[in-house]
Design a protein around this ligand. Structure first.
Ligand SMILES: [Zn+2]
Length: 174
């Protein structure tokens, strides 16, 4: 079985931040998948699952209503490992170019007084939400993004040796 692209990033060296996971070409268009990493993998506790579910709802709602950016958003959702989220956007902007958007998205969580779309008709697990915890994680990550706005390390995956298979083939980071 081939190792898929995102698994070849050295997760032991990733710090929280905004990274380009992969850029795909679809016909005449480019689509970029960003790794919005909220916690340091395998080092600190991952995000609480109910809080992450709430962040998914609130930030998706923010991104899909943001006047200047909503037409650029393809997808927003949590990673299975609960250490961050994937944001898929049209185009191939650098992570730095979406720093302000991501920062405002996380800051918007503080203003939420309910979880949008959390009725049974809209959500597959509508009891699994935690708004106070979501606010805590969002505030912590927003503060980190603000304090590290000029820190290149939050925009570029840490360099790591490429994986080479027994027969000499290389796996490439996305
Ligand atoms: Zn849901």
């Amino acid at each position: 079985m081939e190792l898929i692209a995102s698994f070849s990033v050295d997760h032991t060296k990733i710090v929280p931040g905004i990274f380009t996971s992969r850029v795909d070409t679809l016909g005449d268009y480019k689509v970029t998948t960003y790794d919005i990493r909220m916690t340091k993998p395998n080092t600190e506790p991952a995000v609480d699952v109910a809080a992450m579910h709430t962040l998914e709802h609130i930030i998706a709602t923010f991104l899909r209503n943001e006047p200047d950016w909503k037409d650029q958003i393809v997808y927003w959702g949590p990673m299975g490992c609960l250490t961050g989220c994937y944001l898929i956007m049209k185009g191939d902007r650098t992570p730095k170019e979406i720093h302000d958007l991501v920062l405002r998205a996380y800051k918007s969580v503080a203003d939420a007084d309910e979880v949008p779309g959390s009725e049974p008709v809209n959500c597959g697990n509508n009891l699994m939400h935690n708004l106070p915890m979501a606010k805590w994680y969002a505030a912590r990550f927003a503060k980190y993004l603000e304090e590290n706005a000029d820190n290149e390390a939050i925009f570029v995956y840490p360099k790591s040796e490429r994986l080479v298979t027994d027969d000499g083939r290389q796996f490439f980071d996305s």
